[in-house]
Design a protein. Structure first.
Lengths: 178, 139, 278
């Protein structure tokens, strides 16, 4: 929590930039956590369900533990958390992005004003590389002393060059039917 | 003779987080003579021929808690302990919330400890047991 | 009185409103995966209920539906977030434990073991929260000219160029649950009020008749609210009601003697006394 606490302090006390840049689009990556399932099995493997609201642009993997989110320069991706058992506690502890991608994103954490609800966000600084940026999510669950890390990575990818209406991203039946 | 109802209230999330039922399970019953109510060291006073009903309740209504097993210990002096039981396979499937037992008429008086195993969910670490509760048979 | 089944319905609201269908824009997750629910995280959820215990323990099984829009304010955000200025000023007063430090502990730990200082709680702000362009989900604004939007009060607000109000779709509201499961008398759903501000403070809950075994389908009608500029440029509130099917499966096992796999004696007794019947 130390890193997030510092970021909370930074976000509420002073803004990193003096003039806020207009954000083109805010994409929410929402994680649904089955806290009992994760604690009972000792892993996040099958207890993490990821969703985003950018399916129209081509995001895939909704409802699985590995999500591929489309993000473009100027966007901000916001990671939020929800628990399946509504009274259970979960906190996003870390969005782990390799330092090799530092030039592409500005990553930070904050909390909703006056609440302990933590969210992480990434401003996309330049067009993402072809293969995208992989990341791993880690959560604190219940009162377990150690964080649980998603075993499978998720990804931020650039928009594909061709997105004609008949293309795959908007076909609902083939995609998430499993 | 009245049956005795034993309620096993468990904080499933805390138990799964810490891997132990110690301080996360609260047993109580409706016999005024019983000792240690609302703790993990409940001693239920009962008589031969009496029915006992164990019922598991999760403190968080959206979390699961069922009784996977009740096994009486062969000796009364085993150290009190609680932990995750990795042998999930040895428990009867499906698991239930409500268990019922009858004290045999010939049971000698005395205190009998039992190991209570609770299953919370279906993962490999979801069965946690504790061996401190007991029944005390009085003739 | 077993575990209440919570079924979370997640919807990508802008996509659903644009395409006028929930297909491809809805996913369901429930907390019965450990007991046999299938289709978690997909549009086709079969919620499983094992009612073996119901004969001996007749507390009804309960289903709860929680509709969530992806991109809305997280439901864990407490109500203090939505306070108006007067109430916020009241909150800023020194809390009781700090005023009576001899009676209350002033250092406590939260669930993770982090220390929280009650005298100077970090999470209580000193001034009204500012519009923060990094927080689009807070309804406190980022620059997005042109599109109609909600403020967090739920009422629409005409957008002006340079307006800081955010594009915000409130959480969806379930308007009706119907279908085969109801007609067969398996589930008895009703809408209840909750102290939460999300989904207009309403949620649906149903009790289950555990004596009816089988696989039953039910249909959920969901209202998605939004604001839109009409041809005259005027902002109007609108909603679209879309439907989605899900299933509930009720099964039972046979009651068995769980006390010991072999033999009838649950309590060890000396061998010179005759064995009793369990």
């Amino acid at each position: 929590m130390a890193r997030a606490a510092q970021s909370v302090a930074a976000a509420t006390k002073s803004k990193p930039t003096s003039t806020p840049e207009p954000v083109k689009q805010a994409t929410n990556v929402m994680a649904m956590l089955d806290v009992v399932g994760a604690l009972g099995s000792g892993t996040l493997g099958e207890s993490l369900y990821l969703f985003d609201n950018n399916r129209r642009a081509g995001s895939t993997g909704h409802g699985t533990s590995s999500l591929t989110t489309v993000a473009q320069q100027g966007d901000v991706v916001v990671w939020t958390t929800m628990t399946l058992e509504c009274e259970a506690f979960a906190r996003l502890e870390l969005v782990e992005i390799d330092v090799a991608y530092a030039e592409y994103v500005h990553l930070d954490a904050a909390a909703f004003s006056e609440t302990p609800e933590v969210y992480w966000f990434a401003n996309i600084l330049k067009p993402l590389p072809e293969t995208g940026i992989p990341y791993h999510l880690s959560y604190r669950l219940g009162s377990a002393p150690q964080a649980y890390r998603a075993p499978v990575e998720s990804r931020l990818i650039p928009a594909s060059g061709t997105s004609t209406p008949g293309e795959a991203p908007l076909e609902p039946n083939q995609e998430d039917a499993q | 003779m009245q049956p005795i109802n034993i309620i096993v209230a468990v904080d499933s999330i805390a138990a799964l987080s810490k891997g132990t039922l110690e301080e996360n399970v609260y047993l109580t019953d409706d016999n005024p003579l019983s000792q240690g109510k609302a703790t993990a060291t409940l001693t239920t006073v009962c008589a031969p021929g009496q029915w006992l009903h164990w019922k598991a309740i999760a403190v968080d209504v959206q979390s699961p808690a069922v009784i996977a097993g009740i096994d009486f210990l062969p000796h009364d002096d085993a150290p009190e302990e609680s932990g995750v039981d990795p042998n999930v396979w040895r428990y009867v499937v499906p698991r239930w919330r409500l268990w019922t037992g009858l004290i045999p008429l010939c049971t000698p008086a005395g205190r009998y400890r039992y190991r209570l195993a609770l299953q919370m969910g279906s993962g490999a670490q979801s069965v946690i047991s504790i061996n401190s509760p007991s029944i005390e048979v009085r003739r | 009185m077993g575990q209440q089944l919570g079924i979370v319905v997640l919807i990508d609201i802008p996509a659903a409103v644009d395409s006028n269908t929930l297909e491809g824009n809805i996913w369901l997750v429930d907390n019965g995966g450990w007991d046999g629910s299938t289709g978690e995280g997909s549009p086709n959820l079969v919620s499983a209920l094992d009612v073996t215990d119901a004969q001996m323990d007749p507390g009804n099984a309960v289903l709860n539906w929680i509709p969530i829009g992806i991109g809305t304010i997280p439901v864990n955000v407490p109500q203090t977030f939505f306070l108006n200025d007067d109430d916020r000023r009241v909150l800023r007063q020194r809390p009781l434990p700090a005023l009576h430090s001899g009676l209350f502990p002033v250092r406590i730990r939260n669930i993770l073991g982090d220390e929280v200082n009650i005298k100077h709680p970090e999470h209580l702000g000193r001034e009204t929260p500012r519009a923060d362009p990094q927080m689009p989900l807070s309804a406190l604004g980022y620059l997005d000219p042109g599109t109609a939007r909600f403020r967090r009060t739920g009422e629409s607000h005409v957008a002006q160029p340079g307006d800081q109000d955010v594009v915000y779709y409130p959480d969806p509201v379930i308007t009706r649950i119907h279908g085969e499961a109801l007609e067969a008398g398996v589930i008895y759903p009703a809408q209840y009020g909750s102290p939460e501000l999300f989904s207009r403070g309403l949620y649906w809950s149903a009790s289950v008749d555990a004596s009816l075994l089988g696989l039953y389908r039910y249909t959920v009608d969901i209202a998605l609210h939004y604001s839109r500029r009409n041809a005259a440029g005027k902002v109007i509130d609108d909603r679209v009601i879309l439907s989605h099917d899900a299933w509930i499966k009720i099964s039972t096992g046979a009651p068995r003697n769980g006390f010991s796999a072999d033999g009838l004696i649950p309590i060890p007794i000396p061998s010179d006394i005759g064995a009793g019947e369990a």
